[in-house]
Design a protein around this ligand. Sequence first.
Ligand code: FE2
Ligand code: FE2
Length: 258
Amino acid sequence: MVIRIAAVGDVHLDEDVVGRFRPALEELPECADVLLLAGDLTRHGTEAEARCVAEEFGGLAVPVVTVLGNHDHQCDQVPQVVKVLEDAGITVLEGNGVVLDCAGGRLGIAGVKGFGGGFAGRCASDFGEPEMKAFVRTTTESAERLGTALRSLDCDMLVALTHYAPVPDTLVGEPLEIYPFLGSYQLGQAIDSAPTALAVHGHAHAGTERGTTPGGVRVRNVAHPVIKQAYSVFHVGDQLDTDQVSPIGQSGSQRSWS
Ligand SMILES: [Fe+2]
Ligand SMILES: [Fe+2]
């Protein structure tokens, strides 16, 4: 029993990019059961940019599930952006989950944008000024919602979808100074609180593709500048947790628009 998951993040669409992903996206049914988008779909989070995302990722032959990224919040038009995406048939997660019936079983996806804060031994703490407490509590609440969503899904395979990173492994290549703004160990703890098979995130454009949570969950940074292709394909299953294993998956995953 295998479920095939295509994923990409940080596509940062505007009118000049529309159409570049589409040829590879049309091939998705050959290599994937679902497409996950790991946030930063737009550059500045405008409704007009969201319409570009809807045009590029709407109407595909596989379900599309997304979280938003920090860029998608920039113009304070999140409700409008979400509506445009949902009208295009894209499922937008924020602290909740969805279960999809795939040929290989029921796939549970829990998603949250996440937030920063840093990683064990080098993290912000809920102490001092109200502003610092608010920063850290934003992350804590986000991680708690992710954990609750993960543990609540009734499914055969479980995937966590975030924009911010749950581990530092996939940030290697980014300046150390900005790690606290790229993710939080609390997201990793949430992922480890459930039998998660795969965790997918974006946001770290200069990071590294592969990592692992302290609990052993496979983490993949699918930011487009990292994977340098339209999407990567991951297989999860009873005894098969692999990246891009099938000839069809390799073909699809290697398609690049750059
Ligand atoms: Fe980004
Ligand atoms: Fe981002």
